[in-house]
Write a protein that binds this ligand. Structure first.
Ligand SMILES: [Zn+2]
Length: 347
């Protein structure tokens, strides 16, 4: 399971206030010690456009990242890459982005999709030559707030051009939370068929309509094992109003662990980082596990920080028979499986 924490970029970029550099450094240093192996630390966008991330170079210089954690930075264009390369030894991956709809791309970066692809191809080529791993992220891949339906074939055509230009990973963003689980299931089945087995497919869901984790499960069932998420459920897109953040990393990790899927992440350490960012921002955050805490089965804690595998955690069967393992889990908890009778503990 691959989880990229994107809060320090996707999250801090969307806060109305500028988070102090020292706080960013402290929070990133905490996140990279939770067992997360991938983090998007900042972005080399123009400081006058996104003042929240104007300190990119300083953040990269000051963070202390353990061996084995890949640091990614967002690169908007060739100029951004030039600036980032001044700190080349401080990061491992870049990601570039564009939108799947012409209107969203125009409003976001004032270019047509084709103009974006030409510019990004140059960025990807140069980045690969520098030995950087490359991800291309496609925003509004599951629906656009301006244009509505986005044909998946168009998304895959854009993805293929990113791959041809050097992207080893393509992220599909549900930027304004329009996707539903059945759509996600069909989407990733078609994406794999269209793009082949060599490219890593990453799901980037937002929780705008509360369907983020349901969409994760649908993607898992289609074999997707790479996700992006934000601690505290930070992030979001200013349009449309009311859009919330990415799915919370701690909610994602909690769900995966409860399904018997290990992540290597220490959930308590992650929750401590989420509490710390809540304190810095001084407002309630969208994350559920941050409020409710981890599920407590009243068993001795696993000393490793990785959950043990007690009887009630039945490994998810990653196919359409997933319902069977849910029934097994219910039986193991002393509850009847679906259709076997009533649960009378609560009336
Ligand atoms: Zn996002």
């Amino acid at each position: 399971m691959r989880i990229r924490e994107v809060g320090p970029r996707d999250g801090f970029q969307n806060e109305p206030e500028v988070v102090a550099t020292a706080d960013k450094v402290r929070l990133i240093d905490a996140l990279v010690r939770t067992g997360l192996r991938r983090i998007e630390a900042t972005s080399f966008v123009r400081a006058d456009v996104i003042p929240q991330l104007a300190d990119a170079e300083e953040v990269l210089a000051r963070i202390d990242v353990p061996e084995g954690v890949a640091v990614s930075v967002l690169i908007p264009n060739e100029r951004g890459l030039e600036n980032a390369l001044r700190a080349r030894e401080r990061f491992d991956e870049i990601n570039v982005f564009l939108s799947a709809s012409e209107t969203h791309n125009r409003k976001n970066v004032n270019r047509s999709i084709d103009e974006s692809l030409v510019g990004l191809a140059a960025v990807l080529g140069r980045a690969r030559a520098e030995g950087l791993r490359c991800e291309g992220v496609i925003s509004v891949a599951f629906g656009c707030p301006y244009e509505g339906h986005v044909p998946p074939a168009r998304v895959f055509a854009i993805a293929q051009r990113l791959v041809d230009a050097g992207a080893q990973e393509v992220g599909f963003g549900d930027t304004t939370g329009m996707a539903n689980p059945l759509q996600v299931r069909a989407f990733f089945e078609e994406a794999r068929a269209a793009l082949g087995d060599d490219v890593e497919l990453t799901a980037h869901f937002h929780n705008t309509r509360g369907q983020g984790l349901a969409n994760v499960l649908a993607a898992l069932e289609m074999g997707v094992d790479s996700f992006e998420s934000s601690f505290g459920e930070l992030g979001g897109c200013p349009v449309p109003a009311g859009a919330t953040g990415n799915i919370a990393t701690e909610d994602l990790v909690s769900m995966l662990h409860e399904m018997g899927i290990s992540t290597g992440v220490d959930l308590e350490a992650l929750l401590a980082a989420a509490r710390a960012v809540r304190e810095v921002l001084g407002r309630p955050l969208g994350s559920h596990t941050l409020v409710a805490g981890p599920v407590d089965w009243h068993e001795p804690a696993a000393s490793s920080g990785v959950p043990a595998d007690p009887g009630h955690r039945v490994g998810l069967v990653l196919d359409r028979n997933a319902g069977a393992s849910i029934d097994q889990a219910r039986r193991a908890r002393g509850q009847p499986a679906e259709g076997e009778g009533e649960v009378l503990e609560h009336d």
